[in-house]
Every structure is written in structure tokens, then in C-alpha cells.
Design a protein around this ligand. Structure first.
Ligand SMILES: Cc1cc2nc3c(=O)[nH]c(=O)nc-3n(C[C@H](O)[C@H](O)[C@H](O)COP(=O)(O)OP(=O)(O)OC[C@H]3O[C@@H](n4cnc5c(N)ncnc54)[C@H](O)[C@@H]3O)c2cc1C
Length: 376
């Protein structure tokens, strides 16, 4: 088989949107995804409005989908004290099950070679050609993009530095997600804090709601590794979560759970594999902006990669330009996200923070805009 122009590892929002943008420009693109679509993912499923136009340029007819538009934020402290805030421009709700699948279909229509149920196990570069080793054979290409998410077998294979930063600071979190029947207003996103974590809830498609929380692995350990016990002993101390977890009907028998979520700094390139989305850097989920960052970075790459594939710039130059652009676009957001997350971690400071922010909506605006960008 001829080498592909570009191989993309991981078909989340970063990988799928990049594959579409490159295929539309006429390049031969292969995308490898270890799962089979459609499938669920742990994610709050609130997409900031800044991505709207880009998603449309990837072929999604968002207007037709009649998705809930979200422009009202409610944040509560563990003691139940809360503030509300108008979000401008806000965002919209759609499940990963749905949006990833819609993008997959667009990618196929554009001619992307999609390999599902195909896990990449290693990448080796020799001279200027990459060989990608998968459980379905080996493939070669001129360029490889790692858009394989927060944590993958490849991080270990590449001996990435952040994997070695064990159990310190923002390094060991778990994420839990439910789809529910609920009755909170369709334009609301709520963020309820509890000891060492927070839980978001907002509407997605088909009258369903996504409830998703992040907490420390230690919190779960303290509750015998039992999610229900932790929810009862910790989350339900917040009166809102007590109400929701007792009364909203879950649409899964068990929640989806991920572990080893790590917010340490990452590099945007590893052994000449260019990193995209969460593989390049993970923003704390309370910012509600990780998906937009992944897609924004895909757009940046879709403008730089053609210069490399048409021999206008070298691989080194491509990596330099991308890293520079990535850091200047997302550096402040990642920094602000970490700071905000550390303020919300502690019960006492969260209670204090909510009471102090309540009378000063402009401060809340500043916090939100520090972690968001413009339409791209
Ligand atoms: C608890 C939580 C809540 C969140 N809530 C929100 C929110 O409300 N709004 C928001 O904007 N962001 C949110 N985020 C962040 C958001 O989910 C991510 O930033 C986003 O999914 C990143 O997209 P991605 O394409 O980089 O990775 P992913 O969507 O994770 O895709 C990576 C893909 O790579 C595949 N893969 C992994 N390894 C391999 C391999 N070796 N071979 C082949 N395939 C592989 C995986 O199966 C996966 O499909 C949240 C994150 C967490 C943890």
C-alpha cells in the first residue's frame, strides 16, 4: 500500500475534525480508532459556542439538530450557597455518542480511510517515513498525529514525562458520567461543588441530560472504591446533588467511569509525532472548553500541515510553528484552568469563593473569558 499523507491516531473530536479538514484539501488520510462507533465517553457534553462555525465547516448541520442552547450558569458551593450568571455566548449540548458518530460519517464521506476497532501500538520513524503498528497490521505515512486523548498505551510507549509525575498535585483524578432524565431548565448548565470535586449537569439531545463529575482518586479510595458510597458520603452533602442523585432517573444501569486523569503539562510533539487535543494538553473540565480546544488545534494543524505535505516547510518547521501557535493560543487557558480548579478543590475556599463572587458578576465574566477563546 502507498504511504498515506497523514495518519491520525484516535478518532475523538480532535482527530475526526482534522481528518475531515485534510481530506477536503485532497490529502490521503487514515484514521485509527481503537473503539467501534458509536460509543459513549466520559465528558460533560457542553460545547462552547466558539466551535459552532468550525463544526459547520466540517459538514455538521447543527441548526437542523435542534440542540439545547445553554446560556445560564449556576454554581453551588458544597454548603448549597449558589450564584447564577449569564453566559455570553455560552454553548450547546450534544452527547459524544452522537457528535463523534456524525463526524465519523462526514469523515468517511470526505474519503478518510477510517479503521475502527484498530488500536495503534507503536510508531517508528525511519528516515522521513513513519511506520504505524496496529492490531490490524502496519501502515506507513509521511506524517503522524497523536490525537489519542488524555491517556493511552502510546504515552507509556513514548515514555512521556507526564506519566512519570506520579500522585502529585493535579495528577490523579477520576471522571464519572450518567445520562439522565431531569427537569432543570434547558438553557442551564449547573456546576455543583463537593469536597475535592465538582459535578456538571446540562441538557443534551432528545430530552436527555448529562451529569458528569470529576474528583480525586483519593476520594474514591476513602470510600472503599465504591462509587455509590462515595456519592452518598461526599457528593450528596451538596443539597443540589443530593436531590439530583436521589430523584433523577439514570438511563444507564452503571455510570461510565475513567481513572488516571492527569492535568500535568504535556509536550506538543513526541518523537516527531505531533500531539493534538488532550494528548497535547488537558484543560480542567470545569472550564467546559476541552472539546473546543481540541477542535481549534485541529483547525490550526489543518492550515499548517498542507505546507509540509507540499514541501513548502520541513517537519521541524511544522513542529516549531504548531508548538508556538498552540502555546500562544491555549497557554493562558490551561494556566487559568489549573488555578481555578485548585481554588475549587477545598470545601472551605469553595464556600468562601461563591459568597465572595456572587456580588461581582464582572469577576465571573473575567474568569470565564480567561478560559475561553473567540470563534475560530
Ligand atoms: C470529567 C470530564 C468532563 C469533561 N467535560 C467537558 C465539557 O463539558 N466540555 C468540553 O468542551 N470538554 C469537556 N471535557 C474535556 C473533553 O472531553 C476533551 O478535552 C476532549 O474529548 C478531547 O478530545 P480529543 O479528540 O483530544 O480526545 P478524545 O475525545 O478522548 O479521543 C481520543 C480517542 O483516541 C482513541 N484512542 C486512544 N488510544 C488509542 C490507540 N492507541 N489507538 C487508536 N485509538 C486510540 C480513544 O478511544 C478515543 O476515541 C471533559 C473531560 C473530563 C475528564
Amino acid at each position: 500500500m502507498q504511504p498515506f499523507n497523514c495518519i491520525i491516531i484516535g478518532g475523538g473530536l480532535g482527530g475526526l475534525t482534522l481528518s475531515i479538514q485534510l481530506a477536503k484539501q485532497g490529502f490521503g488520510v487514515a484514521l485509527f480508532e481503537k473503539e467501534t462507533y458509536p460509543f459513549h465517553k466520559v465528558c460533560g457534553e457542553y460545547i462552547a459556542m466558539e466551535s459552532w462555525n468550525f463544526l459547520k465547516s466540517c459538514g455538521l448541520n447543527l441548526d437542523e439538530l435542534e440542540l439545547p442552547k445553554i446560556n445560564q450558569l449556576k454554581v453551588s458551593a458544597p454548603n448549597g450557597n449558589f450564584l447564577t450568571h449569564q453566559l455570553s455566548p455560552g454553548g450547546f449540548g450534544i452527547s459524544r455518542y452522537k457528535i463523534d458518530y456524525l463526524l465519523l460519517n462526514e469523515a468517511k464521506k470526505c474519503g478518510v480511510h477510517v479503521f475502527e476497532n484498530c488500536k495503534v501500538n507503536d510508531v517508528i520513524k525511519q528516515d522521513s517515513l513513519f511506520t504505524v503498528f496496529t492490531n490490524n497490521g502496519n501502515f506507513s505515512s509521511n506524517l503522524v498525529i497523536g490525537s489519542y486523548g488524555k491517556r493511552s498505551n502510546l504515552d507509556i510507549k513514548f515514555k512521556r514525562k507526564f506519566i512519570q509525575n506520579k500522585a502529585k498535585g493535579l495528577t490523579n483524578y477520576i471522571g464519572v458520567k450518567y445520562h439522565l432524565k431531569a427537569n432543570i431548565p434547558a438553557n442551564n448548565i449547573e456546576l455543583h461543588n463537593f469536597k475535592d470535586g465538582y459535578c456538571g449537569i446540562s441538557k443534551i439531545e432528545d430530552d436527555k441530560y448529562c451529569l458528569c463529575y470529576l474528583t480525586t482518586a483519593q476520594n474514591l479510595k476513602n470510600n472503599n472504591g465504591d462509587i455509590k458510597e462515595m456519592e452518598k458520603n461526599v457528593l450528596q452533602k451538596n443539597p443540589f446533588l443530593n436531590d439530583y442523585l436521589n430523584n433523577f432517573e439514570s438511563l444507564y444501569t452503571e455510570p461510565l467511569v475513567i481513572s488516571q486523569v492527569n492535568f500535568s503539562n504535556k509536550t506538543q510533539n513526541e518523537n516527531d509525532v505531533i500531539m493534538l487535543g488532550d494528548a497535547a494538553g488537558l484543560i480542567t473540565p470545569l472550564c467546559g472548553n476541552g472539546m473546543s480546544m481540541a477542535m481549534n488545534a485541529a483547525k490550526i494543524l489543518s492550515e499548517l500541515i498542507p505546507q509540509f505535505l507540499t514541501n513548502k516547510i520541513t517537519l521541524d518547521k511544522l513542529i516549531y510553528l504548531y508548538t508556538y501557535k498552540w502555546k500562544s493560543t491555549f497557554g493562558t487557558r490551561l494556566w487559568a484552568g489549573r488555578k481555578i480548579q485548585s481554588l475549587f478543590g477545598n470545601e472551605f475556599t469553595t464556600n468562601l469563593l461563591i459568597s465572595s463572587l456572587k456580588p461581582f458578576p464582572f469577576l465571573i465574566n473575567n474568569l470565564v473569558s480567561l478560559t475561553h477563546g473567540n470563534s475560530f
